[in-house]
Design a protein. Structure first.
Ligand code: F6P
Length: 397
């Protein structure tokens, strides 16, 4: 990461970490600020960051090196993508990082966050820096003054990214202006796409399974059944609930899978629904239309293999949870992009996977998450995760 303090580097780093981890890359953020707090203490005031303070400079250089050494060691042994989260504001520092990483055999992409919108900077200072351990026990106005002085030290030495430095992405204007220089490779290209769509507008994402289906009643999996009577009643309750929250039809976007039970659940909402095949339930292949009991009796090896490793297990001629992550990638990008609230009406396995993305749960652990029928899950993304509210909706008789 590259950029002055309070520009949203750590926020962006964590979002990238969550996204790439969800896609299956072993990803980790190395935050140099945390190394500094652990090694020299949290109570350093702005003069520690003054470029004319040689002791401060040396101490900061050392913690930066410790983080770098740990990061390269982690990449050497277990990691795939590491994010070095520090200001890295000088050409000299970046040249050193690039040389060390490339020397160890790793590809480097700089991500520069540029922002000169004072209201965003002020908001970042107030919403994240004041609660940082750096300012525990410091009175608010004093902490703000000190942090501004810290920023000013960095401004004096800041050298923005230059073309000759190699691969970089420069994100400016809160994501509206992205410059791509010399970027190549699949993961880097996905990051460009991801960062173009990232924003921090306050809106909700609502997740619900379709209403109870004829197959749910018979305890069968997959298929394309209609809703049961109770399922239709749930759709009515859902319509009432949403109307109570967002009455204006165009103020919300509704997405369903392409399966009948999801489309029928959206029908009473009185809003245009977009149908996505990518939201269809896990394809259970040769087991489609069976009950778990039947699978256990008729295909005990398959049943056992799935119980052993549900995330990687792929139904013969069907899908695994790992496959679902791949097909949900465009859905996640579109969810990130949307500035309006979105209601997703889908299915158990698909919603477990989407939920894992938003709550930062490692995808391997999503396969047994509880996503009940007739329950609305409201997620409100904020800087470091999502607020969650679950509401059980009684089918309306
Ligand atoms: O039972 C409902 C259902 O949506 C099935 O269609 C699907 O196969 C199953 O849930 C997915 O859940 P699990 O991965 O736990 O079998």
């Amino acid at each position: 990461m590259v950029g002055l303090p309070a520009r949203g580097k750590s926020y962006t780093a964590r979002r990238i970490e969550r996204y790439l981890s969800w896609l299956g890359y072993r990803t980790r953020v190395f935050n140099v600020g945390e190394y500094r707090r652990a090694e020299v203490g949290a109570e350093m005031r702005h003069d520690f960051f003054d470029p004319d303070n040689p002791e401060g400079g040396e101490a900061r250089r050392q913690v930066a090196m410790h983080a770098l050494v740990d990061m390269i060691d982690w990449l050497d042994h277990e990691g795939q993508v590491a994010i070095y989260d520090a200001t890295n504001t000088t050409l000299e520092r970046r040249a050193m990082l690039k040389q060390r990483c490339e020397g160890a055999g790793f590809q480097v992409l700089f991500i520069e966050i540029h922002c000169d919108d004072q209201s965003i900077i002020e908001n970042n200072i107030r919403s994240t820096k004041l609660s940082s351990p750096d300012y525990a026990n410091v009175e608010t106005e004093e902490a703000i003054r000190d942090f501004r002085a810290r920023i000013a030290h960095y401004e004096r030495i800041y050298e923005p990214m230059q073309e000759r430095e190699g691969a970089y992405l420069r994100v400016a204007g809160a994501g509206r202006n992205v410059t791509v220089n010399n970027v190549d490779g699949y993961v880097c290209a996905r990051l460009v796409f991801f960062l173009i769509n990232l924003h921090l507008s306050d809106r909700s994402i609502w997740l619900t399974r379709h209403g109870e289906s004829e197959y749910n009643v018979k305890e069968l999996i997959g298929g394309d059944p209609d809703l049961s009577e109770r399922g239709r009643q749930f759709a009515e309750s859902l319509g009432d609930y949403l109307h109570g929250h967002i009455a204006e039809p165009d103020a919300m976007v509704v997405w369903t899978s392409s399966l009948k039970r999801a489309a029928q659940t959206a029908q009473p909402l009185g809003r245009r629904a977009l149908s996505w095949r990518a939201l269809d339930e896990i394809d259970s292949g040769i087991c489609d239309g069976m009950s778990y009991e039947q699978i256990r009796e008729q295909m005990p090896e398959e049943f056992a293999a799935r119980s052993r490793d549900k995330f990687h297990y792929r139904y013969p001629r069907g899908e695994s949870y790992q496959d679902i992550v791949q097909r949900l990638d465009p859905v996640v990008i579109e969810l990130e992009r949307s500035r309006k609230p979105v209601l997703v009406i889908a299915h158990q396995a698909v919603l477990r996977t989407l939920y894992a993305y938003f709550q930062g749960i490692p995808p391997e652990q999503c396969t047994r998450l509880v996503i009940p029928l007739h329950t609305m899950i409201q997620l409100r993304p904020h800087a470091y995760g999502c607020h969650e509210l679950r509401v059980a909706l009684e089918p309306r008789a």
